[in-house]
Design a protein around this ligand. Structure first.
Ligand SMILES: Cc1cc2nc3c(=O)[nH]c(=O)nc-3n(C[C@H](O)[C@H](O)[C@H](O)COP(=O)(O)OP(=O)(O)OC[C@H]3O[C@@H](n4cnc5c(N)ncnc54)[C@H](O)[C@@H]3O)c2cc1C
Length: 468
């Protein structure tokens, strides 16, 4: 069923809407959809939910046959359930899918340990969303295809959202799930400045910007499509994703209290990793254990050490937490060993028609490097400069976190002000809270946060409301 088809059956409910609590979710990426699922499964009373996003690509129905060329998630099936308290939900969904079972026959007795393409996960999320909606005859849902450009407080504790639609509806609760912002608009060709570029190689050459899982995915997709040219990965620090273990690595972490300063913490973790390996375990287990301590650890660090972490350690941390399935990692290693793919460490600059400026790490001068194709695979930070977030900051409805990575939020996404007070009825979920909550850009953390946020929203309207 399409998104549009799903909602048209609810469209005659307009009259009921004004009497119900009105909740807006801005952004229909994973965080927005997860938030909608959590609200529908958690809030017992009727409510109206309006979902804003100009991007209409939330769709089930992606053919499994397209899976081979698409992005592989780097989290195992067992960690991707969107059902609270049921870690097997995604596995069960895959097991009930005959087409998937036929395509992946080796995964017996289940699929918990495997990695699946993003489209399959998207189908699962969309189906759970549709089911949650079908089970709620008492709520109304409206989908709006415009970006929200401003938020204002109005009528006491309510919020007015501004978009291209002049209706400017009022909401009791607004949940921002804008993640990494609106997709960038490609610069028109005449805006691109010509760059006189040096040829690194005499054959086709592609530059990939970034060093995370997107880069590896793009690299392998190019090779799968038969591209035989040179590939250069340009990255500021040059840390590419590490490998997962063959089977999931159970979290392991020393029982001793963690030291207080960042350098000591790093030494502590290194030692724990070494000892785990000496005892036949894996550093991956220690990193999984560290994630369980990450929030309290992050909270305990003073601001200057958080900044230090961000500057010098985040890229190493990311390369160890966002790990590649073993087979992908082996292909990456083979690529680099073969010399047809190289990593350049430094800062990428302006792009032109035939190349890109690049300043190697430690150098004061830019090189200009020729490439027929430049693919930006860098992960953008949440866009604090977007009109929507700027309007929120301008009106004192929120503040950036200490590192200005996103908004200051608490565990369930409530937006916080400098004096620690909570902005009533305003939440920011997912990567928007990355400077406040480590790993909140990852699916398991987003799922937990969405249910906690939904509980909170429910209690706000109906203090005794319990999960259904
Ligand atoms: C290639 C890749 C692989 C990944 N693999 C994994 C994995 O294996 N495991 C894992 O845990 N995590 C993984 N992640 C990370 C995780 O999936 C993301 O962090 C998470 O999906 C973020 O979702 P989001 O909805 O918050 O943000 P986004 O995906 O950025 O979505 C935000 C949405 O908000 C909309 N929007 C923005 N501004 C406005 C506005 N003003 N008005 C209306 N709409 C707006 C945008 O159009 C967009 O649709 C991966 C990420 C990527 C990119």
């Amino acid at each position: 069923m399409t998104v549009q088809g799903l909602f048209s059956s609810k469209s005659n409910a307009a009259a009921r809407i004004s009497a119900m609590p009105r909740i807006a979710i801005v952004g229909r990426g994973f965080s927005g959809m997860m938030m909608a699922i959590a609200l529908m499964k958690t809030m017992r009373m009727p409510f109206h939910m309006q979902l804003f996003d100009p991007n209409s690509t939330v769709s089930g129905g992606q053919a499994l046959s397209a899976a081979r060329s698409s992005t592989i998630l780097n989290t195992r099936v067992r960690d991707l359930s969107v059902a609270t308290g049921d870690t097997d939900d995604f596995n069960d969904w895959l097991c009930s899918n005959a087409e998937f079972r036929a395509a992946v026959p080796a995964a017996i007795p289940g699929f918990r340990q495997i990695f699946v393409p993003k489209e399959i996960f998207s189908d699962y999320v969309y189906q759970r969303f549709s089911e949650a909606l079908a089970a709620r005859k008492d709520i109304t849902v409206q989908v709006c295809h415009e970006p929200v450009i401003a938020i204002r407080r109005s009528h006491g504790n309510r919020y007015l959202l501004e978009s291209a639609n002049p209706a400017n509806p009022l909401f009791d609760t607004v949940i921002l799930a804008t993640g990494y912002g609106l997709p960038a608009v490609e610069a028109p060709e005449h805006d691109v400045q010509p760059v006189r570029a040096q040829r690194l190689v005499a054959r086709p050459h592609t530059v990939l910007l970034g060093s995370g899982i997107r880069v590896v995915d793009q690299l392998l997709q190019l090779r799968d499509a038969g591209y035989a040219g040179q590939i250069t990965i340009m990255s500021r620090h040059g840390f590419l994703p590490q490998s997962h273990t063959p089977n999931s690595a159970d979290p392991l972490f020393p029982a001793e209290a963690l030291p207080k300063s960042l350098p000591e913490i790093v030494r502590f973790i290194r030692t724990a990793c070494r000892e785990a390996e000496e005892e036949g375990g894996s550093w991956q287990s220690v990193m999984n254990g560290l994630r369980k301590h990450a929030r309290s650890l992050w909270r305990s660090l003073p601001a200057h050490q958080k900044r230090q972490f961000n500057r010098h350690l985040r890229s190493i941390y990311d390369s160890h937490r966002n790990r590649l399935p073993e087979a992908m990692h082996a292909r990456l290693k083979a690529e680099l060993a073969g010399g047809n793919t190289v990593v350049l460490r430094g800062t990428a600059g302006r792009q032109g028609l035939s190349g890109i400026f690049f300043r190697p790490a430690g150098s004061q001068a830019d090189d200009v490097i020729h490439a027929e194709r430049i693919v930006d695979c860098r992960c953008r930070a949440p866009a604090l400069a977007s009109p929507l977030l700027q309007s929120l900051l301008d009106q004192g409805l929120g503040q950036p976190d200490e590192l200005s990575l996103g908004l200051a939020v608490d565990q369930c996404g409530q937006v916080c002000l400098e004096d620690g007070t909570i902005v009533d009825g305003l939440l920011a979920v997912g990567p928007l809270g990355l400077g406040s909550l480590p790993d909140i850009d990852l699916v398991p953390e987003i799922v937990s946060q969405a249910y906690a946020a939904a509980e909170h929203v429910g209690e706000r309207f109906y203090p005794k409301c319990k999960a259904v």
